[in-house]
Design a protein around this ligand. Structure first.
Ligand code: SF4
Ligand code: SF4
Length: 77
């Protein structure tokens, strides 16, 4: 099963990942981070299909997707 990890301390609450996820399993928190942002969280991880669209879309490289033994993460150059 794919796994997704969102680093809430890198999230700025833009909500792009919530819109791009085909499974609609990412939503925004009701709490805020130390930087003052509502952050993205996966509310139904068992339905993740590992498409990685959320990680590709995230402008802050806050999302990692583990799928079929590989880790997909973008590097911030
Ligand atoms: S990998 Fe795809 S299905 Fe899974 S949370 Fe990200 S966008 Fe949604
Ligand atoms: S796309 Fe990235 S920065 Fe934007 S809400 Fe999702 S995790 Fe946070």
């Amino acid at each position: 099963m794919p796994g997704i990890r969102i680093d809430k301390n890198h999230c700025k609450g833009c909500e792009l990942c919530t819109q791009v996820c085909p499974q609609k399993i990412i939503s925004m928190s009701k709490d805020i981070t130390v930087r003052g942002y509502y952050y993205a969280q996966v509310h139904d991880p068992s339905r993740c299909i590992g498409c990685k669209l959320c990680a590709i879309m995230c402008p802050d490289v806050a999302i990692e997707v583990h799928s079929h033994g590989t880790v997909f993460e973008l590097v911030d150059y």
